[in-house]
Design a protein around this ligand. Sequence first.
Ligand code: F6P
Length: 319
Amino acid sequence: MKRIGVLTSGGDAPGMNAAVRAVVRKAIYHGVEVYGVYQGYQGLINGNIHQLEAGSVGDIIHRGGTILRSARCPEFKTQEGQQQALKQLDKHNIDGLVVIGGDGSYRGAKALTERGYPCVGVPGTIDNDIPGTEFTIGFDTALNTVIDAIDKIRDTASSHERTFIIEVMGRDAGDIALWAGLSGGAETIVIPEDPIDMESMKERLMKGLKRGKRHSIIIVAEGVMSGNELADKVKEMTGIETRVSVLGHMQRGGSPTARDRVLASRLGAKAVELLLANKGGRAVGIERNELVDYDIIEALSLPHKLDLDIYQLSKELSI
Ligand code: F6P
């Protein structure tokens, strides 16, 4: 490996910049040139590729978003798109590619791997839904953003003795809702992994009211239903008037937490190590604070596991 590329793709996540920095600096440290691919797979197809020096990634470790920018790229799902991308990699003499992103980005890396091109996937998404790693880059920061919002909403909820529904991100995974629910002290958490049971939700709300609870916080992951839909259902079943807050894309922004910066630095550097050892077709992750790597094709076939202990605990503590 004389020259490697790096791209960020899919929904951006705080800490992606720290991961890009780690890839660039680690590679240069080992005498390897690095090229940044701008705008994700779209930029790969279009040849939006430029050399990065150690200084190109200075002053970015604390910044949210991604300096390489990101895109969702349907064209890359086609044969033509993938062939075009491979042509660009060949034209720029790039011997291996680090892909930082979520499940869609991994599928892109898998497609290149299946065509014989060495890629390493680095999990970067606020959703925490990538198999083969306990935590993804950006999850911790998003979680802290959500908790900050819950704490603020709790102030007004308690002043007005209201029930609030807070809709958080998570299309297919309930990790943000679950972890924010536990650490924000929510009464009820609604996640895609567990079918919603309106009867038991009603029971919990009523029980809380009976024992003098003056306000409640319900967290719903957007993948289940919108906050407004849930508000209608709660009203219909219990007569309780709620207020809804949709946190939306603010969850994807902000300066990464120390935890995300460290995770991003470790995973970015590990990805380069694998490429330098000629180990393409891998996905890196963290398990029990140890860095791990899997065959990327195998990793994609593993199910994402919700932490059931945390789920159970959240139920026990929100009585
Ligand atoms: O995958 C990250 C994520 O933020 C999801 O939680 C959310 O459903 C989705 O991206 C939103 O994507 P977009 O910004 O393309 O609308």
